[in-house]
Design a protein around this ligand. Structure first.
Ligand code: NDP
Length: 325
């Protein structure tokens, strides 16, 4: 029997987490032979909700559940963890500007970075979902220097899944026939969905340039807002799906010639980008489960890359001015 994997989830009383926890415990993501210890974290006022979620999880009668704990202290709940799924973040409310969101969230991620530094296993893998996820992850990494920078990810995988689904629909093929899409940059509407290396059923994609530029790219960049407008609330289930799918990617060697998009610290040097920001790039998981950036992919639109880079540099500069990093 495998040793239980200790997974911390923040924002565990929220919508994304609600759609995520049962997926984790089903065994589809980490294997039917991988026991899981869950540490659920949320704000002190959410304790009652966490108690209820714990009851539902117990009632799920999952053979893979080794242990469950909940609370609001990251130092207690990040102790010895193998994985952190950081979903909790302050949502943008009416009248709030992006910089207000940045500073409110920076406080959360300073604390959580320190708590990871204090207690997490040095090999821990971290996925930041709470927005603005790239810059939240940048702040967190600053306070958790012991973590391998290639193990700290900001979620771009939902953008990638959206991008693949739209191409599969257009080409009338199965989603698994579409490979090689890349999402560069920030998880915001400046992101750069890229088909320069995309294949469909192993052949060049053959998609119309005009469709790519004027329909596909803008649709992927603004899909979150489109879902909110249609559904009346945010895309929690698909965000949860993308989070567990990325976790699966990080814990499974990537097939030869393939990659997934994820935002990692730019200090890897694989692309000429400003250092010290988390930028979406193509990544692979090696046999030893370490993560590497796939180099050598030519950007099809450098101007768009520089725009999303500039946005991330701006967010970092703001954090510097505020004394956050
Ligand atoms: P959700 O679970 O729906 O969303 C949580 C975060 O994920 C938000 O920042 C949201 O960003 C982000 N997100 C990223 N991608 C997506 C996507 N595709 N669709 C939707 N959201 C996405 O929020 P809830 O309000 O239901 O739950 C948040 C929980 O976090 C609450 O229980 C709250 O108490 C908790 N929280 C915990 C903190 C902590 O642990 N210290 C601090 C603050 C809050 P966006 O806002 O851009 O949609």
């Amino acid at each position: 029997v495998k040793h239980p994997l200790k997974i911390a989830v923040t924002g565990a009383a929220g919508q994304i987490s609600y759609a995520l926890l049962f997926r984790l415990l089903s065994g589809e993501i980490l294997g039917k032979d991988q026991p899981i210890s869950l540490n659920l974290l949320d704000l002190p006022q959410m304790e009652q909700t966490l108690a209820g979620i714990e009851m539902e999880i117990i009632d799920g009668c999952f053979p893979l559940l080794h242990e469950i704990k909940y609370g609001s202290d990251p130092y207690a709940l990040f102790k010895d963890i193998d994985v952190a799924l950081l979903i909790g973040a302050k949502p943008r409310t009416k009248g709030m500007e992006r910089k207000d969101l940045l500073s409110e969230n920076a406080k959360i991620f300073i604390d959580q970075g320190k708590a990871l530094q204090a207690g997490a296993k040095p090999t821990a893998k971290v996925i930041v979902v709470g927005n603005p996820c790239n810059t939240n992850a940048m702040v967190l990494k600053h306070y958790a220097p012991k973590l391998d920078p290639m193990n700290v990810h900001a979620l771009m995988h939902l953008d990638e899944l959206r991008a693949i689904a739209q191409i599969a629909h257009k080409k009338r093929v199965n989603v698994s026939d579409v490979k090689g899409v890349v999402i560069w940059g920030n998880h915001s509407n400046t992101q750069v969905p890229d088909v320069s290396r995309c294949t469909v059923k192993g052949q060049p994609h053959g998609l119309d340039e005009n469709w790519i530029k004027n329909e596909w790219q803008p649709r992927i960049q603004t899909r979150g807002a489109e879902v909110i407008k249609t559904l009346g609330r945010s895309s929690a289930a698909s965000a949860a799906n993308a989070t567990v799918q990325l976790l699966h990617q990080l814990m499974t060697p990537t097939s030869e010639g393939e990659w997934y998009s994820s935002a990692v610290l730019t200090n890897h040097g694989a692309y000429p980008l400003e250092e010290g920001i988390l930028f979406g790039v193509p990544c692979r998981t090696k046999q030893d489960l370490s993560c590497e950036v796939v180099s050598g992919i030519l950007w099809s639109d450098e101007e768009m890359i520089r725009t999303t880079e500039k946005e991330l540099v701006g967010e970092r500069e703001f954090c510097k001015r505020e004394g956050v990093v």
